[in-house]
Design a protein around this ligand. Sequence first.
Ligand code: ATP
Length: 341
Amino acid sequence: MIDTAKKYNVSVIPGDGIGPEIAPPVLKVLETLSDALGGFEFKFTILEAGDAVKERTGVALPDETFREVKESDVCLFIAVGETASEVILPLRQKLNLYANIRPAKAYPNVANSRADVDLVIVRENTEDLYKRVEDGTEDWAVAMRVITRKASERIARAAFDLARKEGRKKVTCVHKANVLSVTCSLFKKACQEVARGYPDLDFSDIYVDACALKLVTNPKAFDVIVTTNLFGDILSDLTAGLVGGLGMAPSGNIGDNFAIFEPVHGSAPDIAGKNIANPSATILSAKMMLDWMGEHRASQILEEALIKVLTDGKALTPDLGGKAKTYDMAEAVSQKIMERR
Ligand code: ATP
């Protein structure tokens, strides 16, 4: 019999802290999904990067890891500790993964989650203060904020395209053009110009400080937010807080031909080694990966299985108010995939 299943070569960077505790059970969930649905298979290549490999070899992102990531179809990245800026920033920049997509969606039965949140932050991923052009002495320090028309238009288009694809209605540009009148004005203008090509979508803009307030008082006012790198970083932690914390916040770093999906959280050294990290942020990042690969049915079934586990409330990690271990919660998701009708 001819094997017609699509094969996806997925590079996986478990990293440090809670990363190696989350990776194996989540990969098992993905294998359960491909076994249950058929039609596609995963080949996972586990790669080293982060604090542990730097301690051993002096390099946080080994050449071989970079090469393997580049040669894979897509990458799943869990968490890197102190060396995060030596790993994920170069990966994003070298692979030109210019769009950082950070959804914030309320799921049922999640402790400390607002019920009325379903938005996506589309964050420019290659420039702004994250270019890390800094200088200083003991007495002064300066950082250069790089904003280009090309990158601003590209991220604006990514935001409008995402809004259309997901059936969303509204795009809001977040900036601080009243103070950063050169850099933010350029970004805002680029967004305004791109908006003209999408007359079917509402467009508005707001100052970042007002946006932070409104996200807390009335998150329903937002649908898709497009913003610069640093503002997006800060606001997406805020929106993660609206939906139950970093254990529930997935993300994708997306370019034209490649993508890296990763939970928003870091290596969480305070809970590492206890096997109590919430695997949901990585499961939801894997769901985004499946959508990016075009496996929409698998993505939907994975999300439905997670929702059932959350609703049942029997296998929740401590941050969600339960007592389950990371692998118990992931295993419960696999069970729901297998039991589905
Ligand atoms: P790093 O230096 O790697 O960024 P950090 O502790 O500064 O680590 P995070 O790892 O993002 O930042 O963790 C912030 C807080 O959120 C910590 O209290 C951590 O325990 C909690 N947290 C992060 N991820 C999870 C998770 N998956 N499940 C439960 N709690 C989490």
